[in-house]
Write a protein that binds this ligand. Structure first.
Ligand SMILES: [Mg+2]
Length: 168
């Protein structure tokens, strides 16, 4: 069970993700979590430097799709501005939203990565389907109260275990 919580890669910033490394791994499609991954939670648009970085990924030939547990209105606003497809009300870590997102990108599990800031939604869901999972430190900003109260505490515990094992 614990193995399903381990990301394949851990980065402190989105900009540390190396597109060439992903290509070498055979990745063609990248799923992005929305809140605290590409957009701070209390903001309604993607910061300019992240938008530019996502454009660079598109130029590299990657398909991109947003998978978010947040509501349609918020997710669509960001996705439309970026001109990428999105799966809203995703209920990660269920498998279905990840499958739907891969369908939208036309990629299979072994050529798909998920980049997100939460172990218990993004990483667990991605690992359940055999995706290449990348955990990124959350963007600064206010968080959903339940995330702060439950998930972050559990994550601290898991991350400390991983660091002790010098997993990365
Ligand atoms: Mg998030």
């Amino acid at each position: 069970m614990l193995a399903l919580l381990y990301p394949k890669q851990y980065v402190s910033s989105l900009f540390d993700v190396d597109p060439d490394d992903l290509l070498r791994r055979g990745i063609r499609g990248i799923l992005f979590d929305l809140d605290n991954t590409i957009v701070p939670r209390d903001v309604s648009r993607c910061p300019r430097e992240i938008t530019a970085w996502l454009e660079k990924l598109k130029q590299h030939g990657f398909k991109i799709c947003i998978v978010s547990n947040n509501n349609t209105q918020r997710v669509r606003l960001v996705a439309d501005a970026l001109a990428v497809p999105a799966v809203c009300h995703a209920i990660k870590p269920l498998k279905r939203p990840f499958r739907r997102a891969m369908e939208l990108m036309g990629t299979g599990p072994h050529e798909t990565a998920i980049i997100g800031d939460q172990i218990f939604t993004d990483i667990l869901g991605g690992n359940r389907l055999g995706l290449y999972t990348v955990l990124v430190s959350p963007l600064p900003g206010r968080e959903f109260w339940a995330t702060r109260l439950f998930n972050r505490r559990m994550e601290k515990f898991v991350l400390s275990r991983l660091k002790k094992r010098s997993y990365w």
